[in-house]
Design a protein around this ligand. Structure first.
Ligand SMILES: *Cc1c(COP(=O)(O)O)cnc(C)c1O
Length: 396
């Protein structure tokens, strides 16, 4: 339908050096085979259910719903997955695929360390070698996650090029993959990069919306009126949206990190402030400076701090099927505190961006409307940073 030759409208594609083409073709062929292989799907479902802890709960947030006085709010609890976020789902899928392809080594990029930890986890489980590329800056800011990855048996390579953050780690992982494709799979962390990654990652994460649909039919006997999720690269959001794309009555709302505001340079709201460009193997929207170079981005949330957005989101924006709204640091922090106090659930600061928009939107909706918020991860990792944001100094 919308995915011919890895294109989503004008977005997506394969803007890669020739040296990467063989690896990409091999991956695409393997994926096209295994996605329909019943043994592969049986093993993956078993991993999802028995290792990651699926299906995740769809929880009726009664207190929050009553407090806001509008729509009935449900929380899709991806924070309950093993390793505390949705990321493990994509990683289990890609690792199993890599294993079937005969690969013995996984490489990955990581920003805050969440995807690196998930990949190191799967590598330990599958008995594979694991190398994680992480911006030098990030290895300092996220020392605990560097320790976690090493504990799980991975090697962490600090990347010093560029701004020494996530985008540079992606570039370095791609370079490494070009030089070693025989035994290595590049386990990309979101719905981005060259085709077939945006499709592969989306297909694995689509289990989120498949479950929401089933659980909603069971609990309410109907579809929700809106699904809200935060958008970094966009994997938890597309996973939450996917099975509702053809249900026109369901509003799909992606919350981007506005940082200090979309009228400042300290933002990561790609759809709201970015322009069409080509980077990391794909055509999509990117935050750019006046020369068309990738702009440094900022958000309080390390997981949303990426200057691009997955091509399928760019397309859903173009055709008006999904809405992409900016949420500031301050709004996200307030929502982080609100959900903790109201429901006893500490959301990841990434997920708090989705909660923040729901707090604004729910009161405008009638009481018979239903809104689902995807809680992409748990917030224990963010407590020290949020305390600091509020002027309190605590030791991590
Ligand atoms: C990494 C991360 C995100 C952002 O990634 P997407 O690909 O946009 O989902 C959001 N929430 C949490 C908890 C994360 O760890």
């Amino acid at each position: 339908m919308m995915n011919k030759n890895g294109r989503f409208g004008i977005h997506g594609g394969q803007y890669i050096p020739e040296t990467l083409m063989n690896a990409i073709i091999e991956l695409e062929e393997a994926y096209n085979y295994y996605k329909n292989d019943s043994e592969f799907n049986r093993e993956l479902t078993k991993l999802f259910n028995e290792y990651a802890g699926r299906p995740s709960n769809l929880y009726y947030a009664e207190k929050m719903s009553k407090d806001l006085g509008g729509a009935k709010i449900y929380l899709k609890r991806e924070d309950l997955n093993h390793t505390c976020s949705h990321k493990i789902i994509n990683v289990l899928g890609q690792s199993l695929l890599a294993k079937k392809m005969g690969k013995t080594r996984l490489i990955a990029e990581t920003g805050a360390g969440q995807h690196g930890v998930a990949t190191a986890t799967a590598a330990a489980l599958f008995g594979m070698e694991c190398v994680v590329f992480m911006g030098k800056e990030d290895t300092v800011r996220q020392a605990l996650n560097v320790y976690r990855m090493r504990l799980l048996g991975a090697e962490v390579i600090p990347v010093e090029s560029g701004t020494a953050t996530l985008k540079d780690a992606v570039s370095e992982a791609m370079r490494e993959w070009t030089s070693r494709i025989d035994d290595t799979h590049y386990c990309l962390g979101s719905v981005m990069g060259p085709h077939p990654f945006p499709t592969i990652v989306r297909d694995f994460q689509a289990v989120i919306s498949k479950e929401i649909k089933e659980q909603m039919m069971e609990k309410e006997g109907r579809l929700p009126d809106a699904v809200i999720a935060c958008v970094g690269g966009g994997s938890n959001a597309i996973g939450s949206f996917y099975h509702f794309i053809d249900d026109e009555s369901v509003r799909l709302i992606g919350c981007e990190a506005a940082g200090r505001g979309i009228d400042t340079f300290e933002t990561a709201a790609t759809v709201n402030t970015g322009r069409l460009g080509i980077f990391h193997g794909m055509k999509s929207y990117f935050c750019q400076d006046k020369y068309g170079q990738i702009a440094p981005v900022y958000s309080i949330s390390a997981g949303l701090d990426y200057p691009g957005v997955g091509p399928e989101h760019a397309y859903l924006h173009d055709i008006g099927r999904a809405e992409y709204v900016p949420v500031t640091d301050e709004e996200a922090v307030c929502a982080f505190e609100y959900l903790s106090k109201t429901e006893g659930i500490i959301p990841a600061i990434e997920s708090a961006h989705a909660v923040a928009y729901a707090i604004k939107e729910a009161p405008k909706m009638d009481k018979d409307k239903i809104l689902v918020i995807t809680i992409s991860g748990r917030g224990d990792k963010d407590c020290a940073a949020i305390a600091r944001y509020r002027g309190e100094d605590i030791y991590e």
